[in-house]
Structure formats: structure tokens, C-alpha cells
Design a protein around this ligand. Structure first.
Ligand code: ANZ
Ligand code: ZN
Length: 856
């Protein structure tokens, strides 16, 4: 019998799939089938290529796509490159190669690696965000946004990294540090910036989350990011000094606590400060403001930060009690939320409480309940933020909080000193970078006519080729120094004018790429209408949870906008979302040099405890870390593919853990998968040899196979690929003892089931052992016969809060956690659990799953 040698045939099957255009959706092989659009979050082509951690998501979506194909769908599974933006530019700067060239090289390398995984993409649809025929349409969208008043310029404090010499977006400031270089010295400078008014869409972005079949964790993250708060605006008149007549407007979610206000706080950037500060306090206040500017927003928002502030020397007046209230300045109040000013209620707000304690300010309790904590003298021990009844509040005493809120808002309105207000945490999107490697913002500044969009027929505004793409070290983009690009004529008056030199942020191209894939070569419109209606929205979107907020929010925003201007016919781009967990691996760090050491450097010691540094003998710190270049714990797939073949690597990627969870990469884990494939190889060959023409499978063989069909189908549906693979392993250990018991048809079914996971070996055996002439991926996913799985099936009752909901039939689980997973992932159960938080799940093994839930 021939031995299993994957290197001998894997490559040629990959070539075969490409020649056959297996995933080319226009191919006539797929005519008349229903559509299925499966999309991977496309990669930034970084210089280091892909490690096995990156592979995980691509393998997952490939298995899913091949499975859908076998189920009879015409599967659109495209791939492309998000190669504008900071990572590519920084990488290029480091190596001194133009980003256009370096990203092209990187793309070629990653495309090769993706092909090597055996993923079949429809490469005829490949798109690149930096190619002019793509970014032409990114610029076009910008102009449409501008025309609708959703793109505007605003003087904004921006984060300036003194070390990278660039302006950083808020999301690039990570824990007060520059995300690129780790520098902690992030300054605020003012700059006129292009902004997109995503806040106009806040309500819809929030409400439409309910329609999506997404992990509830991601929806929750989006809800928090949008951050809707209901409350009120209240105006506190400033006590007149020098006849100034000003009000301090605050936003509060707790108008009910107005009788407990003991001071007001302005953010250090608040424009009123200079007007109302008393002369004798001016020096101190200015000094405080200066210091506050050096602190990042992220830092300022931290709960546990010591509270600091200064008194302005001035008082305001509580509009309902006429009491004098001191006005303070403190950096725990942020300028860009609400009104940049608050009414402080130390008795019921934790930050206010700490601040009041620090500066000896009065604390008036206005909410009472049994759980309020006090010392012997009756002083509050901490801020009480729970439910209760109003006290010390005149005519609203004894009301509950909700009643009190309503009543106070009514009174404020009738006196004209306040009104209800909904506030969002979501900020407008700063849509400009002072960098070279991005889409030029297609605007022109004319001294006479002002700021105008480039006429649409002149798009794209090409990014010029330049010698120096490095940051200028000023707050301008490198484009500003290319005179013959910058100077242009005004589209309105023809006079001399200047191009906008800022470029778009790296999120731009990825905010709409899913749309371009359906008609990537369409040059007279952003998308071909008919194809758009046929393919979109995306049925399954696969990618890392690190994009749970920004990318997904931006893509949803642009989709809603394109819907509003009639370009697309759907309001949400991604119907279903799957976030794979990260691949982790042991990592060693030398505490002395702060260096991470790789497996190559540590040789046989890798994996052991108490390892010493080969350079300086220091005891190394061993930990489990996300696989990454920076921790020196990446594993390149290239060598593994050479020794074990792609199929084994694919299987191990899937087998190493629940796809949703982080998993650990063990270097010899792959051997088990290789051994399983070797067994599969000899089993299929032997069974096929022993199988006589027309032979029927025995009852035993049928039972084995049909229970496998049932298990694999259920588990794939639930995205539990790891347990699907265990089912294969169990099967093969039993089946190889009775190879003579199988029929040709049962052997075929086995291969079809395995083919999405290990496509090469299955295609090889399908052709060269079983004698087929067409790809196995044109076969049909087998269906189990319930006759053969009777004993193997249990009925699971699913309850929510003890009430019967649905019945599921499934092969019994050994591990009851898998049963809970299976139930949570079932289509109808998922719907029932939407917008609920599972408090716990109670299991009667293989009989009942009861979810105890609360509403979100
Ligand atoms: C009085 C009060 C009493 C408050 C109380 C809370 C509890 P959300 O919207 O839920 O995050 N706040 C308002 N603007 C702020 C700003 N720019 N910087 C820092 N804090 C700000 O919370 C809104 C609450 O956060 C507001 O309600 C305000 O404090 C504070 F027992 O007003 B509250
Ligand atoms: Zn002009």
C-alpha cells in the first residue's frame, strides 16, 4: 500500500482548484444555486507575514465556506488587502522602502501563504485599498458625505506623539501611551481636522444592533461605545461679579439629586473659566490647567486616579434652592462629553465623593436606603449609588428615583432652567491623518470660494509618488511639501487654490470593501446594482474580536449612509459575525534585558520551567502569551507545512480548542493530527480494496458512519470544529478495525465529511483511490439516516428560566459543557437568548439545559 506523503500531492490539488475555479462564483458549475457570502476580515499585509495564529481565522472561514458549498450553495469567498495606513507606512519607513513597493512584496508573500493553507478564494475579485480604481470610490463616498453635511472641518485638540512626530487618533493612544512606539509623552495640540458626523447615526447604530445575529459580547461592546445616556441639561447662573451674566450648563443623568449638589466642576478646557475665575485665584487656576493638558484623556478617565482640582473663587447658584455653590476646575471632568461641566453630588457619585473628601467639601445625602453605609457619627463611608427614596429634598422627599427625575425635569422646564437630554459617548470620527500613505482627501481650498470638493469626474485624486514619505515632524502631512501637487486650480472660479494635504485614516478602505467584492471591476459605479442585490449583505463575517468596536461600527455607519443615499438596499452589512479566539503559546522573557527569547534561542529548554537566559544567565519569566512577533513566540507555518503537510496544520489549528476561545499552540500537538490522517489514508485505501462491487455496508458500519454524519453536522453548525474533529478520530479508531464492513458509498460519505477540514487528502483519495473525475467539493454533504442513529440520539429540552422553549435532537455529549455550547449555538436558541445575559446554565446530563437569564 502507498504511504501517506502529503508533500507529494497537496500542491497539485491546490493548483487543480485554481484551474477549476472552484470558488469562482461566476463559474457555470454553480449556476442555479442559492448564494452564500462568507467574508474574512481582510489583512494588513505586514512585513512579517502570517504566523500560525493568523491562520486560525482563515482556516475557520475556509472550512465554513467549503461546508456551505457542499451543502449546495454558490459561495462567494473573496480576499483582498487593506494596505493603506500606519502599519504599512511605519513598516516601510523602518526598512527604507517605498510603501507601495513594500506592501506589494508583503502582499505577494501573504497571498502565497494563504494559498498554502489550501484556502480557496475567488482571486478574480482580489482588491487592494491602495489601488486607484479602489480608492477612487473611497474618495467618492467622502464627497457624498460632504455633500450631505456629514463631513466637516473643526479645530480639534489632537494627540501629538513627540517621538513618532505624528498626530495620533484617540484609538492609537493606548493607556496614555503611543500605540506605535510606547512613548508616554502625548501632547495636545489644536488642529483643523476633517470629521465625519457619525453621531448623527448614533440612535440607528444602537437600535439596529437588535437585528443582528452577532455574539452578544460584541453587541454589548458596541452599545457601550455608543453609550446612550438619558438625563437632563441644567443651567446654574454664575453669581454676578463685574456684571457677567453667564450660566453654567451641566449634563446630568441624575436630576433627582439636585438638592445634593454641593459644588460644580468645569473641565480644564472649559471656555468660561477665564471669564469667571476670581483675580486672586487666577495664577493657581492657570497653573492647574497647564498641568492638566499634559495628561491624556485615557488617564484622566481612570476611576482610581487621585482626584485633583482648584477652586475658581467664584460661586454659582442652584436654580431650585438659590443656594451658593462653589465652582471648581478638575481634570476628572472631560471637555468633550456632555457640556464639559458637571453638578457634583458627592453623596451619590464615586468620583465626586473622593474629590469632596480630598478637598473637604460638603456632602449632602439625598437618597436613602437600608444599604447606605455610614460611620458612628452618621457620615457616609462611601458614595451610595443604589436605589432608594429621596430625603433632604423638600417637595420630592419620599419619591423614588424615577419619580423624582420626572418631577425635577418638569420643574426645570417650567422655570426655563433645564430640559431633558439624551447624550452619547460616541464622538464624531476624526477622519484625517497627517501621513503620506493613505487616500488623499478629495477637497480643494480656494481663497475666494472656500473649501470645495474635487469634481467627481476628476476622481481619483492620485496619491503622488514622492521621495520622502516620512512624517515631516510638523503637524502637516508630507504631501504639503509637494508644491506641484498641492497647487491646483479652483473647480469653481479657476483661480489658484490648494489641495487638502491630509489623508484618510486607515479605517476608510475597510469601511466599505465588502461592497466592492461583488463587482470589483465596475468602473462607472461604486457597485453594480444587480449584483449588489444578488449577493449582499454578507451572510457570515469571520475575524478577530479586536475589531468588535471601531471597524464594525464604521462599516455599519457607511452602510447606513449608502442606504440613505440610495446606493445600497440593505442597512446592515454583516448579518452574522463570528470572532475566533487567539492562538497563544509559551513565551520567555529575560527580566534583565526586557527581551523576549524565541524557541530557536532556547533550543531544548523551550517549554521547561526555570530556564536561564543564554546571554546573561538570568532566570527567565515564563508566561502564556498571544502569539506575536514582538513576544518572539510566533510559529511560522512554512516549516510545518513542509514536514507534515497543510492538512495536518489545518486540522491542528482547528483541533487545538474551541474556535471562540483562545487556545494554546503546543509544538507537538500537530503529530496527533498527522497520525489521524495517516490512519484515514490507510483506512480508505484498505476499505476500498476490500469492497466488492455492489457490496452493502454492514449494520455496524452504517451505525458508525451515520452517527458521525450527525455529530459532524451538528458540531460544524455550532462552529465547534474542534469537537467535530474528535468525532472523526473516534470514528477512525473503530472503523479501521472493520475495513471490510464498508460500502463504496459509506467510504465516500466519510471523505466528503472530512473534506472541508482536510481538503487535500480527501481530494487525492476521491480521485486516485475512489476513481472520481470531478472535485469532491462538487459532491453533496451527506445526510444521516435516523434508522442508524436511534440509539445515538438524545432529545434535549431547552428551557429559559425554567420554561420549556425548544427540543433539540443530538448525539449525546460526554462533556456537558459541550452540550451547553451546542445549545447556545443552535439557531433558534440563539434567537431566544438574544439581548439576554446568561446568569448560569443548569444541566441535567443529556436531557435538559436550563438557561437562567436576565434581560440586558
Ligand atoms: C450629577 C450626578 C449625581 C451624576 C449622581 C451622577 C451620579 P454617563 O452619561 O452615564 O456616563 N458627567 C457629565 N458630564 C461629564 C463630563 N464631561 N466628564 C465627567 N463626568 C461627567 O454619566 C453622566 C454623569 O457623569 C453625569 O451625571 C455627571 O455626573 C457626570 F449621583 O450628575 B452626574
Ligand atoms: Zn475659487
Amino acid at each position: 500500500m502507498k504511504k501517506y506523503k502529503p508533500v507529494e500531492f497537496e500542491k497539485s490539488w491546490r493548483d487543480y482548484w485554481e484551474e477549476q475555479q472552484l470558488y469562482n462564483v461566476d463559474n457555470k458549475l454553480h449556476a442555479g444555486k442559492p448564494k452564500y457570502y462568507c467574508l474574512d476580515m481582510f489583512p494588513y499585509p505586514s512585513g512579517t507575514g502570517l504566523h500560525v495564529g493568523h491562520w486560525r481565522g482563515y482556516v475557520l472561514s475556509d472550512v465554513w465556506s467549503r461546508y456551505k458549498m457542499l451543502q449546495g450553495y454558490n459561495v462567494l469567498h473573496p480576499m483582498g488587502w487593506d494596505n493603506f495606513g500606519l502599519p504599512a507606512e511605519n513598516d516601510a519607513i523602518k526598512k527604507g522602502i517605498h510603501p507601495k513597493i513594500s506592501t506589494k512584496n508583503n502582499i505577494n508573500n501573504i497571498r502565497r501563504q494563504l494559498k498554502e493553507i489550501g484556502c480557496v478564494y475567488d482571486w478574480s475579485r482580489e482588491i487592494t485599498t491602495s489601488s486607484p480604481d479602489y480608492y477612487k470610490w473611497t474618495q467618492w463616498i467622502f464627497i457624498q458625505l460632504y455633500k450631505k453635511g456629514l463631513a466637516y472641518q473643526k479645530l480639534q485638540p489632537v494627540n501629538w506623539c513627540d517621538s513618532c512626530k505624528v498626530v495620533l487618533a484617540n484609538e492609537e493612544v493606548d493607556g496614555g501611551k503611543c500605540e506605535r512606539c510606547g512613548n508616554e509623552n502625548i501632547l495636545k495640540i489644536n488642529k483643523n481636522q476633517w470629521m465625519l458626523k457619525i453621531t448623527d447615526y448614533a440612535e440607528r447604530l444602537l437600535n439596529d444592533l437588535d437585528k443582528l445575529d452577532w455574539p452578544s459580547k460584541v453587541k454589548e461592546m458596541q452599545r457601550n461605545w455608543i453609550g446612550r445616556s438619558e438625563g437632563a441639561i441644567i443651567r446654574f447662573p454664575v453669581k454676578t461679579i463685574d456684571n457677567i451674566n453667564e450660566n453654567i450648563e451641566v449634563f446630568t443623568t441624575r436630576p433627582d439629586t439636585i438638592f445634593g449638589v454641593t459644588y460644580l466642576v468645569l473641565a480644564p478646557e472649559h471656555p468660561l473659566i477665564s471669564k469667571l475665575v476670581s483675580p486672586e485665584r487666577e495664577v493657581e487656576v492657570n497653573c492647574y490647567i497647564k498641568r492638566a493638558q499634559a495628561v491624556s484623556y485615557v488617564e484622566r478617565m481612570k476611576e482610581d486616579r487621585p482626584k485633583t482640582g482648584v477652586f475658581t473663587g467664584t460661586y454659582a447658584c442652584n436654580p431650585l434652592t438659590n443656594r451658593d455653590i462653589p465652582i471648581w476646575v478638575a481634570d476628572y471632568v472631560l471637555m468633550d462629553y456632555g457640556t464639559g461641566a458637571i453638578m457634583a453630588v458627592p453623596a451619590h457619585d464615586e468620583r465626586d465623593f473622593k474629590f469632596a473628601k480630598e478637598y473637604g467639601l460638603e456632602i449632602i445625602q439625598v437618597i436613602d436606603s437600608d444599604s447606605v453605609k455610614k460611620d458612628n457619627e452618621g457620615n457616609l463611608l462611601e458614595a451610595y449609588t443604589g436605589d432608594g427614596k429621596l430625603i433632604n429634598s423638600q417637595y420630592i422627599d419620599q419619591l423614588n428615583i424615577e419619580e423624582a427625575k420626572k418631577k425635577i425635569i418638569n420643574i426645570l422646564e417650567s422655570k426655563g432652567v433645564g430640559e431633558p437630554k439624551v447624550n452619547y459617548k460616541l464622538r464624531d470620527w476624526i477622519f484625517a491623518r497627517q501621513r503620506y500613505w493613505g487616500e488623499p482627501i478629495p477637497m480643494i481650498h480656494c481663497e475666494k470660494c472656500g473649501t470645495l470638493p474635487v469634481p467627481e469626474e476628476e476622481l481619483p485624486v492620485l496619491l503622488p509618488d514622492i521621495e520622502s514619505y516620512k512624517p515631516t515632524g510638523t503637524a502637516e502631512s508630507p504631501l504639503a511639501s509637494i508644491a506641484d501637487w498641492v497647487n491646483t486650480s479652483c473647480p469653481k472660479c479657476g483661480g489658484s487654490s490648494k489641495r487638502e494635504t491630509d489623508t484618510m485614516p486607515q479605517w476608510a478602505g475597510s469601511s466599505w470593501y465588502f461592497l466592492r467584492y461583488v463587482s470589483p471591476h465596475c468602473d462607472n459605479a461604486i457597485v453594480d446594482k444587480e449584483l449588489m442585490n444578488e449577493w449582499l449583505p454578507v451572510d457570515m463575517y469571520v475575524g478577530g474580536v479586536e475589531h468588535a468596536v471601531l471597524h464594525l461600527l464604521y462599516a455599519r455607519f457607511w452602510t447606513k449612509f449608502l442606504y440613505d443615499i440610495g446606493v445600497v438596499s440593505f442597512e446592515e452589512p454583516f448579518t452574522r459575525l463570528f470572532n475566533q479566539g487567539m492562538v497563544c503559546r509559551i513565551a520567555y522573557k529575560c527580566p534583565k534585558e526586557n527581551l523576549w527569547l524565541s524557541a530557536e534561542e532556547l533550543k531544548d529548554d523551550f517549554g521547561k520551567d526555570n530556564v536561564h537566559c543564554p546571554n546573561d544567565g538570568e532566570l527567565l519569566i515564563k508566561s502564556m502569551e498571544k502569539m506575536s512577533k514582538s513576544k518572539s513566540n510566533g510559529v511560522s507555518p512554512d516549516g510545518l507545512v513542509e514536514s507534515y503537510g497543510t492538512d495536518s496544520v489545518r486540522l491542528y489549528e482547528l483541533f487545538s480548542g474551541d474556535p471562540l476561545q483562545d487556545c494554546e499552540w503546543k509544538d507537538d500537538g500537530i503529530k496527533g493530527c498527522y497520525s489521524f490522517l495517516t490512519k484515514t489514508w490507510s483506512f480508505v485505501i484498505e476499505a476500498n480494496e476490500k469492497c466488492k462491487l455492489g457490496q452493502e455496508a454492514t449494520l455496524q458500519a452504517n451505525k458508525l458512519l451515520h452517527s458521525l454524519i450527525k455529530k459532524v453536522t451538528d458540531r460544524v453548525e455550532a462552529f465547534k470544529f474542534n469537537t467535530a474533529i474528535s468525532a472523526f478520530m473516534e470514528f477512525i479508531n473503530k472503523a479501521r478495525k472493520i475495513p471490510e464492513a464498508f460500502s463504496k458509498e459509506t467510504i465516500e460519505s466519510y471523505l466528503i465529511l472530512l473534506s472541508p477540514f482536510a481538503p487535500h487528502i480527501c481530494e487525492e483519495l476521491w480521485h486516485n483511490c475512489l476513481g472520481h473525475k470531478e472535485s469532491i467539493f462538487l459532491a453533496k454533504w451527506p445526510v444521516y439516516n435516523s434508522e442508524f442513529v436511534k440509539e445515538d440520539i438524545v432529545e434535549i429540552i431547552v428551557q429559559i428560566n425554567g420554561k420549556y422553549k425548544v427540543k433539540l435532537t443530538v448525539a449525546p455529549f460526554e462533556n456537558q459543557e459541550d452540550l451547553v455550547n451546542f445549545a447556545t449555538n443552535n439557531e433558534s436558541v440563539r434567537k431566544l437568548l438574544e439581548d439576554k445575559t446568561i446568569v448560569k446554565s443548569i444541566v441535567v446530563p443529556n436531557k435538559i439545559v436550563n438557561f437562567v437569564v436576565k434581560d440586558d
